[in-house]
Design a protein around this ligand. Sequence first.
Ligand code: UD1
Ligand code: CA
Length: 470
Amino acid sequence: MTRSAIVLAAGHGSRMKSQKHKVLHEVCGKPMILHILDTLEKTGLDQVIVVVGQHREKVMEAVAGRADIAIQEEQLGTGHAVQAALPHVREDAESVVVLYGDAPLIQSETLEQLFTVREEAQAAVSVLTADVADPTGLGRVFLDEAGFVSKIVEEKDATPDERQHHVINTGIYAYAADALRRSVAQLRPDNAQREYYLTDTLAILRKDGQPAIPVAVRDVDEIASVNDRLQLANVERLCRRRIIEGWLRAGVTMVDPDSTYIDATVQLAQDVTLLPGTILKGQTVIGAFSEIGPNTRLTDVVVGEHAVVQYSVAVDSRIGAGTQVGPFAYLRPGSDVGERVKVGDFVEIKNSRIGNDTKVSHLTYVGDAEIGANVNVGCGVITVNYDGEKKHKTVVGDNSFVGSNVNLIAPVTIGEGAYIVAGTSVTEDAGDDAFVIGRVPQVTKPNYVRAWKARKKSATSPEGGDSRGH
Ligand code: UD1
Ligand code: CA
């Protein structure tokens, strides 16, 4: 059976009050339209067509390579949108599912069921319905005695009695391709909104003796759609709960699921532990037995196994196996931290590689640097990477010791096994095994301070002839 999908996404979504097209708003870190494409790809379709309207450039960019595009210049209704898509539907398509770009939580099992019910019954169309507490704004679905759809009435066309009904049309259908082509051609805009209603195809097919088969959705959360930011927040909450439950079932421990946020794009291994206030975003991957949080945000970060990251923020970085980060560390883009490393409190790393078993324990800035393996970077070390115009690189070889409060004034290269004395400002390269010291010689004046303060005091008292103010 050749199967196609038509995704309606021509409406810009004025109620979102946004510069951004509605279907590009993110739910759990992924644009709504991509949730749908992922689900459709999982369903294994032969073709996906996205119907776009005004403000379509960014939508087309987002779906490029994954869907055919149909353009509906004017939004004259859901039936009109499908009409725009039909010329793109493959000749050999047998089943066509129609769904919306603004209802991102639909599951592939549900679509599969919708297809199968129609195909097995050799019916013209099956329609996904839902029994909802609040049907406001939605089309109501009525069934005949045989259990087929007798009619769908839009809210604006409904009588007060019909409005009491709470089985609704989700707007998701599976059609026989020929039945869809035939019925869409017969649509007329004779209703309260002067629109071409896709729902009218069901009445047309019924008149031909081909009534629609209703399929009740298992979980009404799947059909939640987004028209404004309130509904966006609601869909976000539903999606988040689904993701959290999925990972809990997959063997991830969450001490407080309610304060844990995981994007749809994140990957977690078994036996990961997430502590309260953890936010995992983008292409983040966490290895087995690692513990993340509390209060940590990782965006596009790959963490190895048995790592610990607490009270920290990391972006576009790698944290090796067995490494400890935080509390209060900040890994900026391009930080590649090796295995069994310690990145301690108030350490900032940017665009740098840190070798295995190295310690950067406290109050340090490492930028544009290559620090070898088993290096000790003392407290307060700073790579001075910026001269006001350009960024420069710092290299420290394996097994070196960088004493506390050392300034590495880049560009500078230190060899392996070197020893840089605390407080040194390193301005010149030093080779392997080098001992580096650069300090202003210390001056100590014994038995000095009390007498010095007394002298200062008598010099400033009025009797002492202070001349200031005269
Ligand atoms: C539609 C259904 C209604 C159902 C509801 C479920 C019709 C006539 N009514 O109503 O029975 O309960 O969905 O949400 O089909 N779109 C286009 N081009 C258009 C019009 C709409 O692409 O010309 C897209 C919109 O971007 C939107 C979707 O289709 O994503 C739904 O359109 P909308 O006008 O909101 O339909 P509803 O009135 O909600
Ligand atoms: Ca709608």
